[in-house]
Design a protein. Sequence first.
Length: 116
Amino acid sequence: QAQLVESGGGLVQSGGSLRLSCKAFRAILSTFTGNTMGWYRQVPGQERELVATINSRGITNYADSVKDRFTISRDNNKRTIYLQMNSLKPDDTAVYYCAFPGLNIWGQGTQVTVSS
């Protein structure tokens, strides 16, 4: 089964930027390219919420709260997806997870903290 590993989280000031990466290990190319992948986030005590998804044709979908600030992309050759996060706000503070939502495969998460 594929394994997803996120990286790139950290502490940033409000208005700053971060880029998250998620690499799919042990994933054959057809699994990676043929499935929708996504970024989700969760704050302690709250439900996990969708941030952005990208399907096999490269069509993207964003939560209203991150539109025009975040960009999801994928590099099939590297079996990696990215989340470029600009104009970060304290409300973006959360653990960010990448996933193959349709396959119920999730990474371990990476913490993003935005200070005011």
